[in-house]
Design a binder for this molecule. Structure first.
Ligand code: PEP
Ligand code: CO
Length: 444
């Protein structure tokens, strides 16, 4: 029997090791009394839209920070994130599909880590696991998992979402005018002429705006920004998992679209048990080497009725591996009668460290994985349903490449991410242009 806390019967990986479990329970009890962050009708609207993405009639742009930081919960940062998402979605619509915008925000505060401990100069401390759990500074005090941070995270998720909703309602979407795009970088691209033509298309055609927003121009306060985060800290996720009046089932009311990460996607583990019972659409990250049995178990557990929009596979192989890894995965899913949304995460299979220890990703690898995804899905007579990207609206230097992007020697200049390297504003826009061009060029 499923219940919001039935996951406790299973093995839960990647959970913080709190010194005082009673304090955690007190915090969770407190959180349980608060109003939720999202509503069941928003969640069901997203599920309906994802059903269309599974059919190739909409395209998902899921994007934002790898790890949101509490210090970045500022008006400027939030506005810039919305701006880049909105502008990318406008560019993407040239690919001729309406775009579903899902932010990795308002709750992306818990991170899975490969190692429990981090060692520097012979000192080992617990790894940083996201601002909901502990703090990044390398001191014993900062790295101690602190349950109170869950309350701080909930409050920040709430003020973030409040500001997002206010901006959207207040006509922020007027930023859809390409005059607001910062396109200086375009002149450094060999595709500059083509990009300018694409921008002109957006300018000339109100229809595009209406398509992308899914509403009539002038009615832009109705555009949707959905939220997503990794459902990692299960005590936290379960605390706002509720029944609502007049609708069957339980909803995770912390976010519209929770996903299960690669490290916790074991079909017999606690994370899959938790998402099994909620009505939200759910994502599952998949990497190389999935067997037919694994795929069958995920489908049987998470989507026994094959409900449209319920399940999304977010594949993340790496540009060098996708050609071998994606086709068998598609075949297994098909053989089991699954019809998920297929989203390409071109970030997490393409991370590497430089000799000085800095983690980075190459823009070229990132686009290559997306491009190969389009082609492989098309060869299999289906469609890539979206992309999942780590990015920021700021001018950071974390990933290398792109028309005017940083080289390896520039990375130290504005490297902020505590976890994974993100595309900056220009690299994100360039990726959107390349994707739109790709979608337009073929039967994608
Ligand atoms: C992430 O999305 O930040 C992440 C950790 O991804 P994955 O689970 O695919 O490694
Ligand atoms: Co990441």
């Amino acid at each position: 029997m499923w219940a919001p806390d039935s996951w406790r019967q299973k093995s839960a990986l990647q959970q913080p090791d709190y010194a005082d479990p009673a304090e955690v329970e007190r915090v969770l009890a407190d959180l349980h009394t608060l109003p939720p962050l999202v509503t069941s009708w928003e969640i069901l609207r997203l599920r309906d839209q994802l059903a269309e993405a599974a059919d190739g009639r909409q395209f998902v742009l899921q994007a934002g920070d790898c790890a949101e930081r509490f210090v970045d919960c500022t008006p400027v940062r939030i506005t810039n994130t919305l701006k880049v998402l909105l502008q990318m979605s406008l560019v993407l619509v040239i690919g001729a599909r309406p775009v579903i915008r899902i932010g990795r925000f308002a709750g992306q505060y818990a991170k899975p880590r490969s190692a429990n401990l981090e060692t520097r100069d012979a000192v080992s401390l617990p790894s940083y696991r996201g601002d909901n759990i502990n703090r990044p500074e390398f001191t014993a005090e900062a790295r101690r998992p602190d349950p109170q941070l869950l309350l701080r995270g909930y409050e920040r998720a709430s003020v973030t979402l409040n500001f997002v909703r206010a901006l959207v309602k207040g006509g922020f979407a007027d930023l859809h005018h390409p005059e607001y795009f910062d396109l200086d970088w375009v002149k450094d691209s060999p595709l500059a002429d083509e990009y300018h033509r694409m921008v002109q298309t957006i300018k000339d055609s109100l229809q595009f705006v209406e398509n992308v927003l899914g509403v009539r121009a002038g009615d832009t306060d109705k555009i949707d920004f959905f939220t997503a985060h990794e459902a990692l800290h299960l005590g936290y996720e379960a605390v706002q998992t509720r029944r609502v009046p007049r609708r069957p089932g339980y909803f995770n009311l912390l976010t519209h679209f929770p996903w299960v990460g690669l490290r916790t996607n074991d079909s017999e583990g606690a994370h899959i048990e938790y998402v099994r019972g909620i009505e939200n659409p759910v994502g599952i990250k998949v990497g190389a080497g999935c067997t037919r049995e694994q795929v069958a178990r995920w489908l049987e557990i998470l989507d026994p009725d094959r409900r449209p929009g319920r399940l999304t596979f977010i594949h993340r192989f790496g540009a060098g591996k996708i050609a071998d890894s994606l086709p068998p995965l598609i075949e297994h899913v098909r053989a089991e009668g699954g019809k998920p949304v297929w989203i390409c995460d071109p970030m997490h299979g393409n991370t590497h460290s430089l000799a000085n220890g800095i983690k980075t990703r190459n823009f070229e690898d990132i686009y290559s994985e997306v491009e190969q995804s389009f082609d492989i899905h098309a060869e299999q007579k289906q469609q890539l349903g979206g992309v999942h990207v780590e990015l920021t609206g700021e001018n950071v230097t974390e990933c290398v490449g792109g028309s005017r992007g940083p080289g390896e020697a520039d990375l130290a200049r504005a490297y902020e991410s505590e976890v994974d390297p993100r595309l900056n504003y220009e690299q994100s826009m360039e990726l959107a242009f390349l994707i739109a061009r790709k979608m337009k060029s073929g039967a994608h």
